[in-house]
Write a protein that binds this ligand. Structure first.
Ligand code: HEC
Length: 122
């Protein structure tokens, strides 16, 4: 009984070895690894990144404005920069300026420039 089992084992092992030499691996194993893709590509524009992170909750996801929050998209960059500088300096621009001031105060000159350029491009 034992020798039969050993013989069977030897045969299947040999058969398996023989098979292996002839079998070609499935296509996906030989093809080069696919590049990693993301659902949403990382945002390269720093102005857009900052806008999306801080401003879009009020001004809308494409700067279109909503309710009491003014539209920003497509306004000249110089005008947006001037207003942001005013808010940052604590100047009253409109009736809701106190809502806007803390967000402008948290911005650097570079951020104001990049956000203004991004919004002007929309
Ligand atoms: C909590 C809501 C809120 C957030 C967040 C916010 N804003 Fe505002 N924003 C306002 C309100 C309200 C006004 C109108 C203020 C006024 O009456 O002077 C305004 C006005 C502005 C204006 C002037 C628009 C115009 O033509 O008069 C600009 C420019 C602006 N926001 C840019 C930004 C940017 C850039 C950010 C992000 C860094 C931002 N806002 C974040 C509420 C918000």
């Amino acid at each position: 009984m034992r020798s039969i089992l050993l013989a069977l084992l030897a045969m299947t092992t040999l058969a398996a070895c023989g098979d292996k030499a002839e079998v070609t691996p499935p296509a996906q194993q030989v093809s080069a690894p696919k590049p990693v893709t993301y659902d949403a590509a990382p945002v390269a524009d720093p102005g857009k990144r900052k806008y999306v992170a801080v401003c879009q909750g009020c001004h809308g996801d494409t700067g279109g404005g909503q309710g009491a929050f003014p539209k920003l998209a497509g306004k000249p960059a110089a005008e947006l920069t001037a207003k942001l500088n005013d808010y940052r300096a604590g100047k009253v621009v409109g009736t809701q300026s106190s809502t806007m001031m803390p967000f402008a105060k948290a911005l650097t000159d570079t951020e104001i420039a990049s956000i203004s350029a991004y919004l002007a491009s929309l």
